[in-house]
Design a protein around this ligand. Structure first.
Ligand SMILES: C[S@@+](CC[C@H](N)C(=O)[O-])C[C@H]1O[C@@H](n2cnc3c(N)ncnc32)[C@H](O)[C@@H]1O
Length: 256
């Protein structure tokens, strides 16, 4: 099978799985305990201020929705159009689906300096309401191994349960690193499952590009709240920073 045939087969597989994908507790996050566990993990792993986040292989967009709920600007990509369509419906229900624009990326934080202070107008005193940024998620059908996105646009990349399945994950990680701003953060949630598939945490640490420094590795297998059941295989989150970070996680449910 050539690359294109493999990709077609993969897309077909995930298109077929998509309508039932959310039935698993950790996929649909319908159980409030499971939702809380993932929300806590993501909150603890990310900066508190509004960040531009790419959810790679976002599936039905459950984690994208959690990230938007935490106040971040999210771009979700997935190979499967059916997954993306379900993710869009979910985000629309939450009132945060971006329907226009390119990537949903927050561009440059700098901008021009603020104007000098003006004297108070004598007549009407208007209290200006602080403009609140609308949290939005933009979804795109894309191949995670060949992302068509501008470099250094994201504060963080989140990827759950996809890297292990991509051919040449080492090369893929190098490409993903380019999408991160300096000091950006990579959050990989992976595992080595009883089925025999997956990547061990140590294998990922070994193939991370040198620009990354592993900040922490968290064992998620001992905490049924993440999965809605007891699990016995290897499940973990790796947090790695591109160059040096200024912000640090505040702690995990897993470490409590
Ligand atoms: C196990 S699911 C995880 C979905 C989501 N990250 C989550 O944790 O709920 C894997 C996802 O990766 C997507 N996928 C598979 N190969 C892909 C590729 N080459 N590029 C982008 N997405 C891909 C599938 O369509 C599927 O939605």
């Amino acid at each position: 099978m050539n690359d294109e045939t493999t990709q077609q087969a993969s897309r077909q597989y995930w298109d077929n799985v998509a309508p039932f994908f959310d039935d698993e507790p950790d996929h649909g996050l319908r159980n409030p305990v499971v939702l809380d566990a993932w929300t806590h993990l993501l909150r603890a792993s990310l900066p508190y201020t509004e960040a531009a986040i790419l959810d790679i292989g976002c599936g039905t967009g459950s984690l994208s929705a959690v990230l938007a709920g935490l106040g971040h600007q999210v771009t979700g990509i997935d190979l499967s159009p059916v997954m993306i369509s379900i993710a869009q419906t979910k985000a629309a229900k939450q009132g945060c689906l971006q329907t226009r624009g390119s990537h949903g990326v927050v561009r440059g934080r700098g901008g021009s300096p603020p104007p000098p202070p003006q004297p108070e107008p004598e007549k009407k005193k208007k209290t200006k309401k602080k403009k609140k940024t609308k949290i939005q998620i933009a979804f795109h059908v894309q191949d995670a191994a060949a992302l068509d996105l501008p470099p250094e646009q994201f504060d963080a990349l989140v990827c759950r349960h996809l890297l292990w399945a991509l051919p040449e994950p080492e090369q893929v990680l190098r490409r993903w690193a380019e999408l991160l701003k300096p000091n950006g953060r990579l959050i990989l949630i992976e595992g080595f499952w009883d089925s025999g598939g997956g990547l061990h945490a140590r294998e990922i640490s070994e193939i991370l590009p040198p620009c990354f420094e592993v900040y922490s590795i968290h064992n998620l297998a001992d905490h049924p709240d993440y999965w809605g059941k007891e699990v016995s295989d290897e499940r973990y989150a790796i947090i790695a920073d591109k160059n040096q970070r200024v912000w640090k996680p505040s702690g995990f449910a897993a470490d409590a």
